[in-house]
Design a protein around this ligand. Structure first.
Ligand code: OOG
Ligand code: NI
Length: 319
């Protein structure tokens, strides 16, 4: 059972946060992301123009957190729970010392919105956290130093993400390096905080031939985009129903508190195709709804996708 006090019967009511406010916060998180990351921005423009469809849907949004002192999954989840999201399954990554929880969007019973991106059908949300207690004492000291010195940061997780401001002070470059040597996820989170880690294009909801993920991957590679190759470019769940791929993260220049300027990994963009479940194989194509498709996430896929921000993938040569 996820340790979250959620209003579990609230899938149909968005009680505490209004929809237009909620969507505009998502829109701000998205602008921070698009302004910092040229690759996701150009991929979205390219896919929109080639697909020729006014609607491009997001499958999910993903965030990273430090699982300590109230800074973990719950700190950001509360904003989504207040808008009627429901906690779904937990995923565990023991080797990476991570856990994650995904959240299903509210279903208010009204028609599916026909807008694009954050104005379209609401995306799932994937939030992970570093199991800080399992890190070395030196790494824990760095993480505690920044989180404990900003006790209010956790209350304003969504605000921090929407503003694109770190919820704690900038670290020393040596502290970043130290975390990176133990966990690239930890180092990423120290310098990116609650910034959107990625948005995911819902591939099966595109209208052109790009609505097959293999075609989309091929198209993007031909255009020169570097895709995460960890365990193979295409990540397929054991049941075959969830197929994912992602670009390698962009890098951004970051000025540390000791004055050192370094290039650090920022965000990436992901692609997900969800196949129609065996149970609905006979439903006519024009009647297929998102609910007829493979839902949720897959630990084996996610484990590889995390590495989209890892140095090994960033420094790989294209092709
Ligand atoms: C999340 C990686 C996992 C998915 O869809 O399974 C993921 C991350 O990089 O923080 O996005
Ligand atoms: Ni993802």
């Amino acid at each position: 059972k996820p340790p979250l006090s959620s209003n579990n019967d609230s899938r149909r009511i968005s009680s505490q946060v209004g929809e237009s406010f909620f969507r505009s916060v998502l829109g701000q998180m998205e602008s921070v992301y698009l302004n910092r990351n040229p690759t996701p921005k150009s991929v979205l423009e390219l896919v929109r123009s080639v697909d020729g469809n006014e609607q491009l849907c997001y499958d999910h949004l993903a965030f990273r957190t430090f699982g300590i002192g109230g800074y973990g999954i719950d700190s950001l989840a509360s904003f989504f729970l207040d808008y009627g999201y429901t906690p779904m399954d937990e995923l565990r990554f023991p080797a990476k010392k991570l856990r994650a929880l995904w959240f299903a969007p509210p279903n208010d019973g009204s028609d599916v919105p026909c807008g694009s991106g954050v104005n379209g059908p609401l995306p799932r949300v994937f939030i992970s956290e570093l199991l800080v207690e399992q890190m070395s004492s030196q790494a824990q000291d760095v993480i505690r130093k920044y989180t404990e010195a900003s006790p209010g940061g956790k209350k304003y997780a969504a605000m921090s993400s929407a503003l694109g401001s770190l919820p704690w002070e900038k670290p020393l470059s040596t502290e970043f390096e130290q975390l990176a040597s133990e966990s690239e996820y930890a180092a990423w989170t120290l310098v990116n905080g609650y910034a959107l880690n990625h948005v995911t294009i819902s591939v099966h909801r595109l209208k052109s031939h790009l609505n097959k993920i293999k075609k989309l991957n091929q198209f993007l590679e031909e255009k020169g985009f570097k895709l995460n190759s960890e365990g193979g470019v295409l990540k397929v769940s054991p049941d075959g129903g969830l197929q994912q791929s992602s670009t390698v993260a962009d890098s951004i220049s970051f000025k540390f508190s000791d004055g050192v300027v370094k290039s650090i990994p920022c965000s990436y963009i992901e692609f997900a195709e969800r196949l129609v479940l065996p149970l609905y194989q006979n439903v006519p194509e024009n009647e297929i709804q998102e609910s007829h498709r493979r839902d949720g996430f897959e630990v084996g896929n996610a484990d590889k996708i995390f590495e989209s921000t890892y140095q090994d993938q960033l420094s790989r040569r294209t092709g």
